[in-house]
Design a protein around this ligand. Structure first.
Ligand code: NAD
Length: 483
């Protein structure tokens, strides 16, 4: 396979929050990997901007440490790191005050793409947007990148959209959902819209149901305080799972163009059925052998926030009416695994009588071991009549695509390069985010009004028993949570 590095124009990328956890773990190592791949043209620079006092030399040392710890992946030539660090600058800046802004103005250049990454809490988005324009740092071609969480409900998301819209056009705003940058997630679109094979069957006539699972083995860790105010619904379902649902359920866009794709995703969100309480199971993990339970981890013995959620979702449109989508996500589960499974219907008539199952399943594994498996029915080998069995047609990206397939570009690298290229396809539009909150809000408000208490589940299990019953009521079963 030929690896293709698509050139981008020279850029100045300012990372507000350039000393934060996200910059250290994802953004800076990701940029380094792009540099190693030859995708950071001469004259491009990365400017860290944060509140702490630091000079550019100290920032370079900080970046070198971040790369040593989180760089991973691609091997670089000796000396490459120095070349990358030479592109680094730093300004001490206060998003809420005037300190440092004139330094940033002095540093920026006119003849390159200007991008501003807001890797700070959302409470600073409005301040940053305002000061960027006030100091003349942006023009009609400048881009801003904003991190999740984009609000905690419809009202706050609308307020953020309004704050940004005062200073920027929608085509300048890149709302990150890093799930959309994952190679396999994009492959969902390639599989659906690049093959004749699946699309004719991709509807309620042939699809029995669809399962979307994002399972984590980690608990809330050091994010306990933040997480407890959010929960799985806000942290995972409203954004990541919703995006996966959109990609699997949307109509084919007329072309692979940012607004065409996002228009179709928006239609899916708007067609979601309102949720009924008995179609949702919330869970909270219990203490494990060597790890605290959820309530201990967040420091609130009475917390009612969910670390797990399973739900049955309906989409009221011609394609999907009658086909349930089962979504689940949780922390401290048995395995780290993200997977989408399309379960096709039984044959409407089997010429083989009762001699085995006749159900096809298409499984798209997002992580780990990214790949696609299609379960097909064949004859069991050997004499003794016509017995049927299911076998997987298994395509692991690592095996099928060789080293280039295994060494996949991290989501953040890809998304940052898309920002520089000016391609918004893999970013959420403002109306999409609002529609997702409009659907999620009544669910969360219902829990609050009813004082809903999550079910407990064992750490290292597949989630609460009630989640098994959610599918059992429909005579269906979850796929095993397995790596
Ligand atoms: P962090 O607390 O580690 O870092 C915050 C950064 O913002 C620091 O560089 C700090 O100096 C800077 N900052 C704070 N107040 C400032 C001010 N008034 N003026 C200028 N700079 C200021 O946070 P983080 O974990 O890096 O997260 C940043 C954003 O990314 C948050 O919105 C978070 O929700 C989001 N996010 C983080 C992760 C992650 O893995 N850390 C994942 C997804 C989304």
């Amino acid at each position: 396979m030929v690896s293709r590095v698509i050139p981008v124009d020279p850029f100045d990328l300012v990372i507000f929050g350039g000393t934060g956890d996200l910059a250290r773990r994802k953004i800076l190592p990701g940029l380094f990997r792009r540099f190693c791949a030859g995708q950071m043209p001469n004259g491009s620079r990365v400017i860290g901007a944060a509140r702490g006092e630091m000079d550019s030399a100290a920032y370079r040392a900080f970046v070198a440490e971040a790369i040593a710890e989180f760089g991973g992946g691609r091997a670089c030539e000796d000396g490459t790191l120095d070349g990358f660090l030479e592109r680094m600058e730093f300004v001490t800046i206060d998003a809420r005050g005037e300190n440092g802004w004139s330094d940033l103005v002095a540093l920026m250049r006119d003849d390159v793409v200007r991008a501003f990454y807001f890797s700070v809490g959302p409470s600073l988005f409005g301040d940053l947007a305002e000061r960027l324009t006030k100091h003349g740092l942006t023009d009609a071609d400048s881009r801003i990148v904003v991190e999740k969480p984009f609000g905690r409900d419809l009202e706050t998301a609308k307020a953020l959209n309004r704050d940004l819209a005062k200073h920027f056009d929608e085509r300048q705003i890149y709302r990150i959902d890093h799930y959309l940058g994952k190679e396999t997630v994009q492959n969902l679109m390639a599989v659906r819209f690049g093959n004749m094979l699946f699309e004719p069957l991709w509807n309620s006539q042939y699809v029995d149901h669809i399962q979307i699972t994002v399972a984590e083995t980690v608990g809330v860790g050091g994010r306990g305080e933040y997480y407890d105010k959010s929960g799985a619904m806000r942290d995972m379902v409203q954004n990541h799972l919703m995006q996966l649902l959109c990609l699997i359920a949307m109509e084919p866009p007329s072309k692979f163009d940012p607004d065409a794709v996002r228009d179709e995703k928006l239609k899916v969100i708007r067609a979601l059925d309102p949720m009924v309480p008995h179609h949702i199971v919330r869970g909270q993990y219990e203490p494990g052998a060597d790890a605290p339970g959820y309530r201990e981890a967040v420091g609130d013995p009475r917390s009612r926030t969910e670390s797990y959620i399973a739900m049955k979702v309906g989409i009221s449109n011609w394609r999907w009416a009658g086909t349930p989508f089962y979504l689940r996500t949780g922390k401290r589960l048995k395995a780290r695994s993200s997977e989408i499974v399309v379960v096709f219907k039984e044959l409407n008539h089997s010429i083989f009588g009762e001699a085995g199952e006749h159900r096809n399943e298409l499984s798209i594994r997002l992580q780990p071991n990214e790949g696609i498996t299609l379960g097909v029915t064949i004859k069991e080998p050997g004499p003794g009549g016509m017995r049927l069995m299911n076998v997987p047609l298994d395509m692991s990206f690592a095996e099928a695509l060789g080293p280039d397939g295994a060494d996949q570009t991290d989501a953040y690298e890809r998304l940052i390069m898309d920002v520089i290229r000016g391609n918004q396809t893999l970013f959420m539009r403002g109306d999409e985010v609002e529609a997702a909150w409009a659907w999620t809000d009544p669910i969360i408000q219902g829990w609050e009004a009813r004082g809903d208490v999550p079910k407990t589940y064992d750490a290292g299990s597949e989630g609460p028993v009630d989640a098994v019953q959610l599918l059992a009521r429909d005579t269906r079963v979850w796929r095993k949570v397995a790596p």
